[in-house]
Ligand binder design. Structure first.
Ligand code: ADP
Ligand code: MG
Length: 420
């Protein structure tokens, strides 16, 4: 180790209490400290926040962190403040602040106390804020959830498109973009829109070797099939994703009458019921949550043992994120998707009301899901290839963890049964 390495290890321990970096963190941090534009692609839970938090804490000036969700920013600010005796070490700048609070934020930044300033992209467009930020030393700008800049991502935010122009007004500051979206298209968009084709890029593997991938043909017996599956995983935690709220309700009911402890979760339930059902799942008062995709963002239950898709997801990106909630602890995680071509047509019909450009993207993403469902090759190889990653289906980690690899013959029979 050279002296710099010793230094950042020491700081890691001092601020975060960790004795080792996770994955590519150290290389990323070294790149940022070298004032180079940096691009980080790591799966959820990979430890992206620390990649900008640590260099922000140990450098002069304030790092600006752009993040799309106020709740996420608040969590991070609280976490950083708990590492320090100074509240002013981290601040959020958004429209909810009073004049007095804004004055305090500005004072802490000017005095050099504030190391991390979290801002929503729309706040950054305010001229008053930009003028102020031009007058203070900025160490770098971190753009978290950078996929929000791309229409090919799952969470497009038009405000992200303005970021580059605003950052330019701040002078020569390095940018670090971070995302868990691994598709090459989204990555290209990020680099293009942030005008940083020169960035040092760090991409972690998206392989989840402990997850087992399976696709079953969706038939009219799907409900009894799901019940049988859950009974084979008695007492284990699992999530069932459905497309519609109505389906969520009906499946939850069917499970309950069959003696399975399950609760529904969707955006149509009032906030109190949603929070209650989520807590019941986290506290293991129930085994199963039946949910729309409204469920799961930020859910960190380490021992989810299965994720079932009653209906196919709208993209492989979403499928990866949703199945990624299984087996966080490294233990077993069974990812089962039911597939019928009728569902594809339903989704296509659903999209036909949208603007043409959006439709085209939607159809293209859906075609990839169809290809995944119908493939007879290693599902892990297919998924990782979609994310631009080569996977050796003979020797790669988790190579035998899917239905196609384990039962190649059954798969071919199943293909013939696909309801078209
Ligand atoms: P991401 O943003 O990539 O989804 P987070 O930044 O939220 O991931 O980090 C995920 C978890 O990993 C957090 O609980 C964090 O404390 C933990 N973590 C990050 N870096 C380390 C490390 N070097 N050693 C141990 N745990 C870490
Ligand atoms: Mg994150």
């Amino acid at each position: 180790m050279n002296s710099n390495e010793i230094e950042i290890h020491k700081e890691l321990k001092k601020y975060f209490g960790f004795s080792q970096f996770k994955g590519l963190q150290e290389q990323v941090i070294t790149s940022i400290l070298g004032k180079t534009n940096t691009f980080v692609i790591m799966p959820t839970g990979g430890g992206k926040s620390l990649c900008y938090q640590l260099p922000a804490l140990i450098q002069d000036g304030t790092a600006i962190v752009v993040s799309p969700l106020i709740a996420l920013m608040k969590n991070q600010v609280d976490a950083i403040r708990s590492l320090s005796s100074e509240n002013g070490i981290a601040h959020v700048l958004n429209s909810s602040l009073t004049k007095t609070e804004i004055a305090q934020v500005k004072k802490d930044i000017t005095s050099g106390l504030t190391k991390l300033l979290y801002v929503a992209p729309e706040s950054l467009t305010k001229e008053e804020y930009v003028a102020f930020l031009q007058s203070v030393p900025i160490s770098f700008v971190a753009i978290d959830e950078a996929h929000c800049i791309s229409e090919w991502g799952h969470d497009f935010r038009p405000e992200y498109r303005n970021l580059k122009n605003i950052i330019k007004q701040l002078g020569q500051v390095p940018i670090i973009g971070l995302t868990a979206t691994a598709t090459p298209k989204v990555q290209e968009d990020i680099l293009k829109n942030l005008d940083m084709s020169d960035a040092n890029t760090f991409k972690a593997s998206f392989n989840r070797p402990n997850l087992y991938y399976e696709v079953r043909t969706k038939t009219k017996n799907i409900e009894s099939d799901i019940i049988r599956f859950i009974k084979q995983h008695k007492g284990k935690s699992g999530i069932i994703y459905c497309l519609s709220r109505k389906k969520v309700e009906s499946i939850a009911e069917v499970l309950q009458v069959n003696g399975i402890s399950a609760v529904p979760y969707h955006a149509g339930l009032d906030a109190k019921t949603r929070a209650k059902h989520q807590d019941m799942f986290l506290m293991e008062d129930v085994d199963v949550v039946v949910a729309t995709i409204a469920f799961g963002m930020g859910i960190d239950k380490p021992d989810v043992r299965f994720v079932i898709h009653h209906d196919i997801p709208k993209s492989l990106e979403s499928y990866y994120q949703e199945t990624g909630r299984a087996g966080r602890d490294g233990g077993e995680g069974h990812c089962l998707a039911y597939y019928s071509y009728k569902d594809v047509e339903k989704l296509e019909k659903f999209m036909s009301g949208k603007p043409v450009a959006e439709q085209e993207i939607g159809f293209a993403l859906l075609q990839e899901v169809v290809a995944y469902a119908e493939t007879s090759m290693s599902r892990r190889k297919f998924l990782l290839h979609y994310f631009g990653e080569e996977f050796d289906s003979e020797t790669g980690e988790g190579a035998d963890m899917d239905d196609n690899v384990r039962n190649p013959k059954n798969k071919i029979e199943a293909q013939d049964q696909v309801v078209k």
